[in-house]
Design a protein around this ligand. Structure first.
Ligand code: GTP
Ligand code: GTP
Ligand code: MG
Ligand code: MG
Lengths: 291, 276
């Protein structure tokens, strides 16, 4: 693993007191490879390595750590700092209902995550309304209705095929019927699809959600940066859900998305069942990315 | 890839970054760059344009010489569709059914994803769009039982092709991989040689984890081809080079949209051109 590789880089450093620039540079070449293999975007890696280099060079080598371990500590701490930071809780509105809107690419896990969130809120004793606003994908409405049944919450029923109207009507209905939380499930779409991005803008303008959650697959590669940046610029989101982290994808997309949008990962999808949603732990993610 | 006037350190760095940005991975990028650097040292490449041509050639050579056709000579022939969650398996089956029907084949679908909410309903819609039968059981049924019944029906009704949809599953879940092996065993037992094709459906936005996925599925059930989906988005799908090279798995089709006609034959030349 990375620790082993850095150990061999620093073998010759025995007895020296300070981390010298050339030694750090060589160690960081290994770190760069590890981050790229973990799917962190190459531009984000470049910037990150630059920051770590500044912090590591000239540091006194702590007697409790080997030089390799020390560089890893600087890298790890820097990663945790980048991934964590801001509060990553969901904002519940003081005036219900709280409206949560799920957005993202096709197949990232929006519908399943909507079901998981509904289950969480129900456990806290909240009255939840799931809104199937994907009128495009075959049986998408049926899929969310099934999840609603499994969780034991209501699913909004609408005759309309217009997602903008469905969401607007759902919010009005939720206000009248005193729901605490409304979760809007939207169709997956490409960030370059102008018509569909406009549809999302109209949904957002129509319901003014407290939380827009960008749902991203943990196995996403280098494009994570462009995709997230476009969704944030075109629609604007408040937090990220990183799904399918129960696999062995290193999840470098988490760093890419945070670095380019500044928006925090709020939850992680840890399985297909409706109880498989966990809060985001920056230190666990940092260790996972470093491998 | 913006080409300047000379081949220098920054030019090669730019090239490496373009490759990395396409998800080819550090190993494949270094392989390709080593080839270019050696030829440059031997004075075989004297301009950025020549470097670019050589780069395309190296990538192209990794992809070619693979059988991209489907072997559907048996009656019925069975296509088993597998992959991790959300990659586009069910949608791809809908598109593939349309294409095979266009070739005059009688197609039947098997909804062997008995786990995910509304999975059978989703495949049923694709069956209706094609006007073809879909064999399904209740949610929670045994996928092997669906496969068994579908194959029996396909034989009885003189179908040319049976396409079996399976639940998405992460390759790290050994119990789910065992379930898939069981489905395959049942198909093979009921029809020697089945499944004639096992298509691994891979999302083009996937990064380096794609290799582990392909390798695990291939080791478990033997993959005969890859469908690379969502190439109508911005990802380049560079992950297929390592998969082609080290696992010998050809990309047979690409998915370029959510509609029934959005399936194309894989064209290595076009793919390499679009990558750069
Ligand atoms: N293993 C695992 N699978 C997940 C997770 N989240 C979602 N899935 C699965 O991923 C697949 C896609 O999930 P969906 O909820 O349908 O994704 P979506 O974003 O709504 O898809 P579209 O509406 O088509 O864009 C399904 O098979 C889910 O069961 C997760 O955290 N872990
Ligand atoms: N843009 C685009 N979207 C696609 C393509 N192929 C599939 N999709 C979309 O990706 C999402 C997931 O497709 P599915 O067919 O449900 O994927 P799956 O692999 O069967 O998912 P699970 O059964 O849940 O594992 C849907 O929204 C599809 O419309 C493609 O080539 N391009
Ligand atoms: Mg959905
Ligand atoms: Mg499916």
């Amino acid at each position: 693993a990375l620790t082993g590789k850095l150990e061999s880089v620093f073998k010759k450093l025995r007895g020296r007191g300070v981390l010298k620039e050339d030694d750090v540079k060589e160690a960081l070449r290994e770190v760069r490879l590890a981050l790229l293999e973990a799917d962190v975007n190459f531009k984000v890696v470049k910037e990150f390595i630059g920051k770590v280099q500044e912090r590591a060079v000239g540091q006194d080598i702590l007697t409790s750590l080997t030089p390799g371990q020390q560089v890893i500590k600087v890298v790890h701490d820097e990663l945790v700092g980048l991934l964590g930071g801001k509060q990553s809780k969901l904002h519940l509105s003081p005036n219900p209902p709280t409206v949560i809107m799920m957005v993202g690419l096709q197949g990232s896990g929006k519908t399943t995550t909507a079901g998981k969130l509904a289950k969480n809120f129900k456990k806290d004793g909240r009255k939840v309304l799931l809104v199937p606003a994907d009128t495009r994908r075959p049986a998408a409405i049926e899929q969310l209705k099934t999840l609603a049944r499994q969780v034991g919450v209501d699913a909004f029923a609408s005759e309309s095929r217009d997602p903008v109207a469905i969401c607007r009507d759902a919010k009005a209905w939720a206000e009248r019927s005193l729901y605490d939380v409304v979760i809007l499930d939207t169709a997956g779409r490409l960030q370059i699809d102008e018509l569909l991005m406009e549809e999302l803008r109209q949904i957002k303008a129509g319901v003014k959600p407290q939380e827009v959650l960008f749902v991203a697959d943990a196995m996403t590669g280098q494009e994570a940066v462009n995709i997230a940046e476009a969704f944030n610029r075109e629609i604007g989101f408040d937090g990220v859900v990183l799904t399918k982290l129960d696999g062995d994808a290193r999840g470098g997309a988490a760093l890419s998305v945070k670095a380019v949008t500044g928006k925090p990962v709020k939850f992680t999808g840890m399985g297909e069942k409706l109880d498989a949603l966990e809060p985001f732990f920056p230190d666990r993610m940092a260790s996972r990315i470093l491998g | 890839l913006v080409l300047g006037e000379k081949i220098d350190e920054s030019f090669l760095e730019e090239l490496e970054e373009a490759l990395i940005a396409s998800d080819v991975g550090t190993k494949t990028a270094s392989l390709v760059l080593t080839d270019l650097k050696e030829r440059f040292k031997r004075n075989e490449l004297s301009s950025p344009a020549q470097v670019r041509e050589r780069l395309k050639q190296v990538l192209f050579e990794i992809l070619t010489d693979r059988s991209a056709a489907l072997s559907l000579s048996a009656t019925p022939s069975v296509i088993l569709v597998v992959g991790v969650n959300g990659t586009g398996k069910t949608t791809t089956i809908g598109k593939l059914a349309r294409r095979l029907q266009g070739e005059g084949k009688k197609v039947m679908l098997a909804a062997a994803d008995t786990f995910r909410a509304a999975a059978a309903e989703q495949l049923t819609v694709w069956g209706e769009r094609n006007g073809i039968p879909v064999v399904k059981h209740k949610e929670g049924a045994d996928p092997g039982a669906v496969a068994f019944d579908a194959l029996a029906a396909a034989k009885a009704r003189g179908m040319d092709v049976l396409i079996v949809d399976t639940a998405g599953r992460l390759h790290t879940k050994s119990n789910l991989m065992e379930e898939l092996k069981k489905v395959q065993r049942i198909l093979a037992r009921e029809l020697p040689g089945a499944p004639q094709e096992t298509l691994f459906v891979l999302d083009a936005t996937t990064g380096q984890n794609a290799f582990a996925q392909a390798k695990t599925f291939h080791q478990a059930i033997g993959v005969t081809g890859i469908v690379l989906t969502k190439l109508d988005g911005t990802p380049k799908g560079g992950i297929v080079f390592a998969i082609n090279k080290e696992l010998n798995l050809p990309v047979k089709f690409i998915g370029v949209g959510e509609g029934i006609d959005d399936l194309k034959d894989f064209d290595p030349k076009e793919f390499v051109e679009a990558l750069l």
